[in-house]
Design a protein around this ligand. Structure first.
Ligand SMILES: Cc1cc2nc3c(=O)[nH]c(=O)nc-3n(C[C@H](O)[C@H](O)[C@H](O)COP(=O)(O)OP(=O)(O)OC[C@H]3O[C@@H](n4cnc5c(N)ncnc54)[C@H](O)[C@@H]3O)c2cc1C
Length: 313
C-alpha cells in the first residue's frame, strides 16, 4: 500500500512488557500477579482483586476492562458477544531458522491444503503459521504436532523449504480458530471494554494490536473531551468502534474470498476473480483497510454486493 510503512513482527510477551514499562514511566501504577478480580459497575464503579492472599478494592470514575478475548469480566457483567463460525484453523510456531529466510519478506501464500504465513521476528527468529480449512480432517494436535507442522513447510511454494522444515522450535505449537467477534455496545455505566474483550478481528489480517491501541486512543480522547463519563457521553467511542470493526470484518471476508482457500478449483477461481479485479479495481478497495487503516477506503468499498460479485466470478 502506498504510504503504509509495512508490518512489525513483535512477540506478545515483549510488546506487553514494553507497554507496561511505558505505562509505569507515564505515572500509572502497574500491579502484577493479580488473582481473581471482580468489577462492580454503576455510577461509582470499583474493582476488587486478590493479591498475595489479600483482597484489595479500588474505586474509580471509570473501569476500563482489557482482559482479552475470553474476558472473564465481560462474562461476569453479562455483556453479550457475537462470534463468527471459523472458516479456518491457524497453527503457529516460533522457530530459529539460522537466518535462512529473507528478513525483508513477509509471506501469505497457499499451496494445496495449507496457507502459509511467515513473519520475521528480528534477526534470529521467525514466526511460522499454517492455516487449514476448518473441515480439514488433519489438525496439528497430539505429541507429534511440531514434527508434522515443520514437515508441512517442505513446500516448493516457499523460497527455502528445507531450512524452514529443519528449523529449531523456539516456542509452543498451538492452534486457534480464526473468527471475528463483536459486542453491540462496549459501554455500561462505569465500564468501558476495549481490545479483544470488546470483540476482535479475524487474525488472518493481523489487526489485533492496532485495534487495541486505536481503541485506547479513541477512548482516551473521548475521556478528555467530556467531564462526565457515561455510556451516553462516551458513545462516540462505541460508534467509531462498531463501524471500524464492521469494516475490518468485511476486509477479512474479502481476504479469505480472494485467497479462495480450500476451494477444489482454486486456481481457476482466483484467475477469474483477479481478472474481474483488474477490470474493476474498486471491488478490492477494502483490502486497503488492512495496511492503511479501516478509515482509508471510501464507505462504498465495504458494500456487501462486492463479496457476491467476486464470489460469482
Ligand atoms: C493465532 C493468533 C494470531 C494473532 N496474530 C496477530 C498479529 O499478527 N497481529 C496482531 O496485531 N494481532 C494478532 N493477534 C491478535 C492479538 O494478539 C490481540 O488482538 C491482542 O493481543 C489483544 O490485546 P488485548 O490487550 O485486548 O488482550 P490480550 O493481549 O489478550 O491481553 C489481555 C491481558 O489481560 C490479562 N488479564 C486477564 N484477566 C485479568 C484480570 N482479571 N486482571 C488483570 N489482568 C488480566 C491477561 O493476562 C493478558 O495479559 C493474533 C491472535 C491470535 C489468536
Amino acid at each position: 500500500m502506498p504510504g503504509a510503512p509495512g508490518i512489525i513482527g513483535v512477540g506478545h510477551p515483549e510488546l506487553r512488557e514494553a507497554l507496561a514499562t511505558a505505562a509505569a514511566k507515564a505515572g500509572a501504577t502497574v500491579v502484577r500477579g493479580v488473582g481473581r478480580s471482580t468489577v462492580d459497575p454503576g455510577p461509582a464503579p470499583s474493582v476488587t482483586y486478590e493479591l498475595d492472599g489479600a483482597h484489595h478494592t479500588l474505586r474509580a470514575r471509570l473501569v476500563v476492562v482489557a482482559d482479552g478475548k475470553n474476558s472473564a469480566t465481560r462474562t461476569a457483567l453479562g455483556i453479550p458477544i457475537v462470534v463468527t463460525t471459523p472458516r479456518v484453523m491457524l497453527t503457529g510456531l516460533l522457530v530459529d531458522d539460522g537466518g535462512a529466510w529473507d528478513r525483508a519478506e513477509t509471506t501469505l501464500d497457499v499451496d494445496g491444503r495449507n496457507q502459509y504465513v511467515v513473519v520475521p521476528r528480528g534477526a534470529d527468529l521467525i514466526q511460522l503459521y499454517i492455516a487449514r480449512h476448518a473441515d480439514d480432517p488433519e489438525r496439528f494436535n497430539g505429541p507429534e504436532r511440531v514434527a508434522r507442522f515443520l514437515a508441512a513447510y517442505r513446500s516448493l511454494a516457499l523460497p527455502c523449504p528445507d531450512a524452514l522444515a529443519e528449523a529449531t522450535p523456539a516456542g509452543p505449537c498451538a492452534t486457534f480458530p480464526m473468527t471475528d467477534a463483536w459486542t453491540d455496545n462496549p459501554l455500561r455505566p462505569g465500564i468501558a471494554l476495549l481490545g479483544d474483550a470488546a470483540g476482535w478481528s479475524n487474525p488472518v489480517t493481523a489487526q489485533g494490536l492496532s485495534i487495541t491501541l486505536r481503541d485506547t486512543r479513541v477512548l482516551a480522547e473521548a475521556l478528555l473531551d467530556t467531564p462526565t463519563w457515561t455510556p451516553q457521553t462516551l458513545r462516540g467511542y462505541a460508534e467509531e468502534r462498531g463501524e471500524r470493526m464492521a469494516r475490518l470484518r468485511f476486509a477479512t471476508a474479502l481476504t479469505d474470498l480472494l485467497s479462495a482457500f480450500g476451494l477444489p478449483d482454486r486456481a481457476a477461481k482466483r484467475r477469474r476473480m483477479t481478472r474481474l479485479l483488474r477490470q474493476q479495481p474498486e471491488l478490492g478497495a477494502a483490502l486497503g483497510a488492512v495496511h492503511a487503516g479501516p478509515w482509508t477506503p471510501p464507505a462504498e468499498a465495504f458494500s456487501p454486493d462486492i463479496l457476491t460479485t467476486l464470489a460469482l466470478a
